[in-house]
Design a protein around this ligand. Structure first.
Ligand code: ADP
Ligand code: MG
Length: 255
């Protein structure tokens, strides 16, 4: 299978709702390399989630072309080549951890028995051994997000989409989850597109930070992050790290 990353070319999306016209995206072009980690950052309403929805085949562009793994998004999704997790873990409260991780298999009509080892491997990967039979209501916020990430990875997707997955967590937990996510990504090497509000999170995790601007939603600047991996928490205090954060921050302010 040819893993070709994510490709958007000249994507525009206009919403017309009750007489109001919103240019959610205007002429957005972006390519990501297979196995790369891209962070998407920008003010609220600049079209970040719209990009993800288009990449997942949940919405259609008004102009431009878009492929995921060389396929139209609906096809990539149908083949289980994409995985997604949102800010709200959106777990089914009556299903235990294992059964929540298995959810995409139901949707895609795959046989659960074929995935038993995969689910066990994911539970280890996200550090939830011993909680296989727990219900979401018995887990902390950070643990619920781990389940959501494991669920996103259950089909071994080539491409992982994360929409502010740690947005509801406190700063200390967010840092822990950043380190966890780096480890998970280094093990899986899924092409990852992370939407985030956190400048530190974007710089810590990404190969490239794509800074967006709003009205119309567009790409303002792409910043390469040349930090070697694995990246260590001490990095958060280093001058070079702060310089990169400033560069992102200035691009957000339109400089
Ligand atoms: P972000 O995720 O960057 O905060 P979104 O992609 O959710 O932004 O939204 C971009 C813009 O498009 C916003 O102004 C939002 O109100 C608008 N928008 C998104 N989805 C719809 C929709 N289904 N109908 C009308 N407007 C929408
Ligand atoms: Mg959003």
């Amino acid at each position: 299978m040819a893993a070709t990353g994510i490709r958007l070319e000249g994507i525009s999306r206009i919403f017309e709702a009750r007489g109001k016209r919103t240019e959610a995206l205007k002429d957005v072009s972006l390519s990501t390399e297979p196995g790369s980690f891209t962070a998407l950052i920008g003010p609220s309403g600049c079209g970040k989630s719209t990009i993800l929805r288009l990449c997942l085949g949940l919405d259609m562009p008004d102009a431009g072309t878009l492929t995921v793994d060389g396929l139209v998004p609906t096809e990539a999704t149908k083949q289980g080549l994409t995985g997604v997790a949102f800010q709200d873990a959106a777990l089914l409260p009556w299903r235990n951890v294992e059964a929540n991780i298995a959810l995409p298999l139901d949707v895609l009509g795959r046989k659960l028995s074929d995935y038993r080892p995969r689910i066990a491997e994911l539970i280890r990967l996200v550090g939830l051994e011993g909680f296989e039979k727990s219900l979401p209501g018995e887990l902390s916020g950070g643990m619920r997000q781990r389940v959501a990430i494991a669920r996103a990875l259950v089909t071994k997707p080539d491409v992982l989409f994360l929409d502010e997955p740690f947005g509801a967590l406190d700063q200390i937990l967010r840092r822990q989850m950043n380190i966890e996510l780096q480890r998970i990504w280094m093990e899986t090497r899924a092409t990852t597109l992370l939407v985030t509000h956190g400048i530190d999170e974007a710089v810590f995790l990404a190969d490239r930070v794509v800074v967006m601007a709003s009205r119309p939603g567009r790409i303002a600047k792409i910043i390469e992050i040349d930090l070697p991996r694995p990246r260590h928490p001490a990095l958060f205090n280093e001058e070079h790290f702060h310089a990169l954060e400033r560069e992102v921050s200035e691009a957000l302010d339109g400089h």
